[in-house]
Design a binder for this molecule. Structure first.
Ligand SMILES: *Cc1c(COP(=O)(O)O)cnc(C)c1O
Length: 473
């Protein structure tokens, strides 16, 4: 099994980036719960034939859709060891807890958080954001016993602020914690897709004048659409001046701290009250692994600590070693996520991970340069980190809406061809082709293939009126 998987990684370039599963394969997954067991080799064959070929393809160097990490064999082996050990890292007196604490400690230092800061590994940034905002909410509600009484009798009116480019997980967290996504003010961006600090200050002033408390300011360290990094120092100052909690979404961009030329642009991240980030994107750890870092560890613990009798702590024995990860998050039972992150950082070292991040950014610049050179292609946003937004605009006779349909068709066409996998986003209301270079395996040849595939797809979609016409309706 191990050999097959290592072979499949080694030969990844010979395979399509992605391919859709046909109906016969889908049918296999409709069969009922088996009463009798099967032989492991047969199951493995089933996996190799019917599951492995039909994943999203983010291991492939040509995968540039969304922001997905590529992972490494090191992470894969660590995941196997973690599963073999089957540690439940909710708590207790065990070294796997120290591994997680060490990873959190590394990140605390990297992001310049104080000694009293805390953290916990999560499934990803969405869960990390939820933990951060629960704490921020409870701090804002102060004396109101939200843990026992809920939000029912609270009449405090709170507002949250983020740029219009903020990731959807912030709005979702607001709705899940009972404050409602409606309290999020989406502040306009400057031409570089960073939050407009003047517009933010104006909105805060307006809210205060009408009796609304500015509660949360969210900065993005790498937006999901264009990779823009907000002015985190500026946001920290504004948050401080109005007494708001400062949260940073650093899902993929925060780890660019390891790339020396990018570090200065992340200044201000050390002032965050909370930071949510992922290891499974640019950190190249296998899915899933994210983390929340909290400036005030004691405040963090108070909001999640468990008091159940059977979880009582001791100073010796298995129930020692408190506080536990379950005191800092939503889960009680939790896997040994930290091990694959620990193996990844120890195996490659932070310098090499930083160099890989720089390399991804250089490839993004190279892709932008190739787009600029092609008369039929057009850049749609400044390249801040590793994300390139562009579109086909090589036919003067098309109206804007037709360009949207054409570019969507181009993306589908490239994905179905298996040569590359960009994704779609909207910038200024227009459909654009988005390529995020996150995979450490990606090389210049993959950038060239994406450009060639885009031009090919554009010409094919154009000359196949049926396909495009469907879209034009
Ligand atoms: C991916 C991403 C998220 C969500 O993170 P998950 O790990 O998928 O939960 C949030 N914000 C940004 C900027 C992201 O890129």
């Amino acid at each position: 099994m191990l050999d097959d998987m290592l072979d499949s990684l080694q030969q990844i370039r010979q395979r399509p980036v992605w391919q859709p599963a046909d109906e016969a394969v889908r049918q296999l997954f409709l069969s009922g719960l088996p009463a009798d067991g099967a032989e492991l080799p047969d199951l493995h064959d089933e996996f190799m034939q019917n599951i492995l070929p039909y994943a999203v393809g983010n291991r492939h160097p040509g995968f540039m859709g969304w922001v997905h990490g590529g992972s490494t064999p090191v992470g894969m082996l660590a995941e196997m060891l973690a599963a073999g050990l089957n540690a439940n890292v909710g708590g207790r007196n065990q070294i796997p807890l120290e591994v997680e604490r060490q990873v959190i400690g590394w990140m605390r230092k990297l992001f310049g958080f104080p000694a009293g800061a805390s953290g916990v590994l999560t499934t990803g940034t969405s869960a990390a954001t939820l933990i951060a905002l629960i704490t921020a909410r409870n701090v804002a509600l102060g004396e109101h016993p939200v843990a026992s009484d809920g939000m029912m009798n609270s009449d405090i009116r709170l507002a949250a602020y983020a740029s219009e480019e903020v990731h959807g997980c912030v709005g979702r967290a607001l709705s899940m914690i009972g404050l409602g996504s409606g309290i999020l003010r989406r502040i306009s961006c400057n031409h570089r897709h960073q939050i407009d600090l003047m517009a933010l200050q104006q909105q805060i002033d307006m809210d205060r004048a009408s009796g609304v408390t500015p509660w949360l300011v969210v900065g993005s360290a790498g937006t999901v659409n264009t990779g823009a990094i907000d002015d985190l120092n500026g946001l920290a100052a504004i948050a401080r001046s109005c007494g708001a909690w400062f949260h940073v979404d650093g899902a993929f961009g925060a780890l660019a701290m390891l790339a020396p030329e990018i570090t200065p642009r992340l200044q201000g991240i050390q002032s965050a009250d909370s930071l949510a980030m992922d290891f499974h994107k640019w950190g190249q750890a296998p899915y899933d692994a994210g983390m929340v870092l909290m400036r005030d560890g004691e405040q963090h613990r108070r909001n999640f600590a468990t008091a159940d009798a059977y979880l009582q702590r001791e100073t010796e024995g298995l129930a020692a070693n408190s506080p536990w990860p379950c005191d800092y998050g939503i889960e009680l039972s939790r896997g040994f996520r930290a091990l694959k992150v620990w193996f990844t950082f120890k195996s490659f070292g932070s310098d090499r991970i930083g160099a890989m991040i720089s390399h991804c950014c250089r490839l993004a610049q190279a892709l932008a340069a190739r787009v600029e050179m092609e008369a039929e292609l057009e850049m749609m946003a400044e390249v801040s980190l590793n994300i390139v937004c562009f579109r086909y605009s090589g036919d003067q006779s098309l109206a804007d809406a037709q360009y949207d349909s054409l570019n969507r068709a181009i993306i589908r066409h490239i994905q179905l061809s298996g040569t590359a996998a960009p994704s779609l986003t909207r910038i200024g209301g227009r459909a654009v082709i988005r390529a995020a270079v996150v995979n450490h395996r990606t090389r210049m040849q993959d950038i060239d293939r994406l450009i060639d595939a885009t031009l090919d797809a554009a010409h094919t979609c154009h000359s196949e009126p049926t396909g495009v016409n469907r879209e034009f309706n």
